[in-house]
Design a protein around this ligand. Structure first.
Ligand SMILES: Nc1ncnc2c1ncn2[C@@H]1O[C@H](COP(=O)(O)OP(=O)(O)OP(=O)(O)O)[C@@H](O)[C@H]1O
Ligand SMILES: [Mg+2]
Length: 251
């Protein structure tokens, strides 16, 4: 199986995690399973948006202990795969793995390294991979999440958000990710004139009171009512992505 992977990126607080959760749900609802949800943000919260419990993150694994625990005769990658399977949250239609934060002042190199190996080892098991990144370009620039099939930059409709989105797109190109299509998704759209937008958006996701209500009552945003405006818009976005995956050369 060759999965189609979608990396969500963008400025802080624009809705990457919310859209990642809704996208995972939409792909599952469309029967494009199994889906792997990757929380590549050290401040892991995709599980909350999806309403699932997280037991372990890759960041919890300490390098020294990790090395010591590899059973004699077992290859490092086989051991890593075993650990990933333990850290994997299995749900109906999708699995979730979270990078998390190294304990104390631990540096991120080992966690990044684990995430990279994890992505390589697990990808063959899934049809779609949805990667929720932290704000900025860390994982894309380090190659931690490999080369995704598409990059979705999430922006708010404001001018500053748009400028950041354009900067991230240009940065992706300068990093040699130019063959990867980069799409703009405007979230929390309130019907304001989109003609001020310099870059044609791939999708507009409306501001949704259902999401706000879920957030206030501590409910997972990924499970807002089917008829909610954002959920409907993300389902349409998922259809576009599915069409792209089906038209991918070599499939
Ligand atoms: N379409 C929407 N309608 C209403 N509220 C939304 C919408 N999208 C996101 N939000 C709200 O915006 C806030 C930020 O969303 P989210 O956590 O998904 O952003 P993020 O980009 O992942 O943030 P970070 O950069 O911190 O990871 C949350 O309170 C979320 O409920
Ligand atoms: Mg987030």
């Amino acid at each position: 199986m060759r999965p189609f992977s979608i990396a969500l990126s963008g400025k802080g607080g624009t809705g990457k995690t919310t859209l990642a959760a809704l996208l995972v749900r939409a792909l599952v609802d469309a029967g494009r399973t199994p889906v792997l949800a990757v929380d590549a943000d050290p401040n892991a919260n995709l599980h909350e948006a999806l309403g699932v419990r997280l037991h372990e993150t890759l960041g919890c694994m300490r390098e020294t202990e990790f090395r010591r625990n590899i059973p004699p005769g077992m290859a490092r990658n086989d051991y890593i795969e075993l650990c990933f399977r333990k850290a994997l949250v299995e749900e109906k239609g999708f699995d979730l793995v979270a990078m998390g934060r190294p304990e104390g002042s631990g540096c991120y190199c080992f966690a990044n390294d684990l995430l990279k190996t994890c992505m390589t080892l697990l990808r063959r098991d899934y049809r779609f991979i949805v990667i929720d990144n932290e704000a900025g370009m860390e994982h894309l620039s380090r190659g931690t999440i490999g080369q995704p099939d598409i990059i979705v930059i999430v922006s708010d409709p404001g001018t500053r958000g748009m400028r950041t989105a354009v900067r991230i797109r240009d940065m992706a190109r300068s990093l040699g990710l130019s063959p990867v299509p980069v799409f703009l998704v405007i979230n929390r759209f309130k019907g304001t004139d989109a003609s001020v937008i310099a870059w044609e958006p791939f999708a507009l996701i409306p501001e949704d009171p259902e999401i706000e209500a879920a957030e206030i009552s501590g409910l997972p945003v990924g499970s807002v009512k089917e008829g909610s405006v954002a959920r409907k818009a993300v389902s349409r976005l998922a259809e576009q992505i599915i069409a792209m995956a089906e038209e991918r050369p070599g499939d």
